[in-house]
Structures are given as C-alpha cells and as structure tokens.
Design a protein around this ligand. Sequence first.
Ligand SMILES: Cc1cc2nc3c(=O)[nH]c(=O)nc-3n(C[C@H](O)[C@H](O)[C@H](O)COP(=O)(O)OP(=O)(O)OC[C@H]3O[C@@H](n4cnc5c(N)ncnc54)[C@H](O)[C@@H]3O)c2cc1C
Length: 390
Amino acid sequence: MQRRQFLKHSAALLAAIPVSSALSSENTAATLGTGSAQFSPIIASADRIIEMNVCTRPFRAQGPRIETERMRRKTVVHNYGHGGSGWSLSWGSGLLAVEMAKTTGQQQIAIVGCGAIGLTTALVAQQAGLKVSIYAKERFPFVRSYFATGAWTPASRICSSEHASDFAERWESMARYSHRRFQSLLGVAGDPVEWRDMYNLSNASITSNEMRGGRGEPRYPDFEKELIKDITPQAVELSNQPHPFPVRYVTRAPSLIFNIAAYSRLLMDEFLAAGGIIENFELKDRSDFSALDERTIINCTGYGARELLADDTIVPVRGQTAKLIPQPEVHYGFHYAERGISVYPRRDGLLVQAGAGGDFDNARENLNPEESIRAVERVAAVVEGMRSKV
Ligand SMILES: Cc1cc2nc3c(=O)[nH]c(=O)nc-3n(C[C@H](O)[C@H](O)[C@H](O)COP(=O)(O)OP(=O)(O)OC[C@H]3O[C@@H](n4cnc5c(N)ncnc54)[C@H](O)[C@@H]3O)c2cc1C
C-alpha cells in the first residue's frame, strides 16, 4: 500500500524534476575531505529515490506495556508500545515477555504480531526451549517495523520524563541485553548490523545528545547518557579540526545501524529454521485471543494494539523516510537538526529522514512525497557545501 501510494502521489512530482547530473562520474568518483578523513559523496537527488514510507511509532508515556493479563482461559503477555525504540530494545523486551510467559509452564506458545518485537520475542522464546507459532495480519516487508530508520535509538520516544523514574530500571536491563545481542550479529553474512560513524552538524553550538521532541511533545529522559554511558560511544568534538562539512560545529560518534532488509530476513530465516510456524490471522478484537489454540500468548501487535485493545495510551507519532539507491562506498551519515534532516548509511539504501512538525499524536499515515524530496534536496545542499570546501 505504501508503494502504491508513493507511485500514485509522486509520479507527477518526480517527472517534474530534471534528471540531474547526479549519476555522472564527477559525482561518484572523487572523495571529499582531507588526509585520513576521506568521504565518498552521497549522491542526493530526487531521481535516486527508490522508496518512500510513512508509519506511526507506538508511543506510550509510561513506556511499553510488558505485563500479563488473564483473558478467560488464556494468559496474554503484552509486549507493545515501544515508540521510536522498538528495534533497539527488541531483544531485552522479548526476554522480559518470555520470562513472564514461562511462568505459565506451557511449552507451546503463540505470538501475535510479526514485526521487530514479535519476531525477536519469538526467537528468544525458541532459544528458551519453547515451541512457537506466530499469528499476524502482516509480515515483513509489509509491517510498520520495516519502515523504520534502522539505528540504535534505545531511548527515542520510549517514555516521557514524567514516568522516567518508574521505568528506568526496566529500560536499562532491556537496553543492556539488546546491546549485547546486537554485538553478536556483527560480521554476519549480509551485514544485518554494523557500526557506522554518524556526524552531528550545527551552526549553533552542539550542547549534547539531548532528547528534544517536536512541538506539542512531552519531554523525554536522556536514558543513554544517564544509564548506559559505559556502553555508549562518546561523541568526539571535531569543530577545531579539519572536517569536510559546511558548518561551524561538528561532532562524531559511532552508531549501530540495522540494515533492516538483511536483518529482518535473518530473523525470519532463523525462526523458521528452528521449527517456527507463521500463520496469517487478524484478531478483530480482544475476544479473538480465545480463538488461538495456545493457552499462553504474547501480544506483539505494536500500534495495532491501539485498535485491538481499544488502548488509547498508545499515541501515534508519524514518521516519513525515503531511501536513495544504495551506495556501498558511503560509510558515514549525519544529523543536521537545523535543516531537519538525517541520513543513515544503510546497505539497503541511504535512508533520508526529514523532521516534520505536527508528527506527534498524528495517526495519518499519509505519504507526502514533497516532504522527502525537499529533504533530499537539503542533503544535496550539504554535499555541495562539502564539495566546495575541498
Ligand atoms: C519513521 C520511524 C523511524 C523509526 N526508527 C527507529 C530506529 O531507528 N530505531 C528503533 O529502534 N526504532 C525505530 N522506530 C520504532 C520502531 O519501528 C517501532 O518501535 C517498532 O517497529 C515496533 O515494532 P512492533 O513489532 O511492535 O510493531 P509492528 O512492526 O507494527 O508489528 C506489529 C505486528 O502485529 C501485527 N498486528 C497488528 N494488529 C494485529 C491484529 N489485530 N491481528 C493480527 N496481527 C496484528 C502486524 O501485522 C505486525 O505483524 C521507528 C519508527 C518510525 C515510525
């Protein structure tokens, strides 16, 4: 549906954009920068956009719902509402949910949902010796998780500052366990997970990695700085050193990147290879949990839980991304908050994200091609600035 919408809405716009010189050897051959800091230029032009997607983050002010509920003869362990951190916290969140499910003593369990949380929880359950069947309306690449940015952002819109102290301990255990699991995926064929340098660009001084939301959003805790500083690479200040970026202040910090195409395939393949079963099934309301054969069920329906359980503690936070044709030679990305853009060097396409006002509490999954095209143009302006600094 995302693709159909994209093609429908963007055909006219893309047709209006002149095919740029972006593919010329001038743009691809030379590197930018000096000395040991050589940067392959990102080829940013709208005619290189291969995909645009929009989806909603399932934010809960109190943090994700990971708790057990008895529904008639079934035990349902909820595991949903991971805001902008679902990929990052998936392993630790799955571990918590599976520990709760194991207390029922059932050896055969069901998982509802096949996104980042459902699939990862299913693997954790299999590794704990349980037999698992997944029931889901959609699976990769049609789940919302597929449309995420794909970076280690364990504290992104995960709870509001108001609820931080109640949730901090649980968050830390989930973040540490997940972080450890991601390190075990480095160097695996297909590069599902990698470390890449991300640059923070600014013309005003960069204060910190503070978590600032957009307009109308609550304040968020900076858990990474407060709770897991020891496993969080610190940003290096480059402002007074030679760097290729056309801005006054620059910091660099390595970040974990999830190459979602390869990573989701790996998760799916491992689940099926271990005897897992996936069935297409849509639960219309909470009474449908009783239609499943298994008596212990882990509910990983993400934003879908809002309708399924009439749970309005889930607040939608809209986000739109665009992918540019992959450039394997590009090993860096950047955030440029003043221009409202970020670029991530994913293997399955350079991921361009635009910050847009009005995303919080916005359930409209309407694709706005112009939003991504303008973001790509702003990325192109940065690359042009890098070129003229050489
Ligand atoms: C633009 C954007 C960028 C993001 N970037 C990052 C990032 O860089 N790093 C990060 O860690 N997180 C990021 N996130 C957040 C992350 O994508 C989410 O937290 C995560 O995808 C939630 O995963 P999930 O499995 O809970 O939900 P989903 O991916 O939505 O999966 C839900 C599953 O449940 C199924 N389902 C739903 N309802 C029903 C029903 N009634 N019956 C049967 N099945 C049902 C669906 O079909 C699907 O299989 C981002 C999110 C957005 C929107």
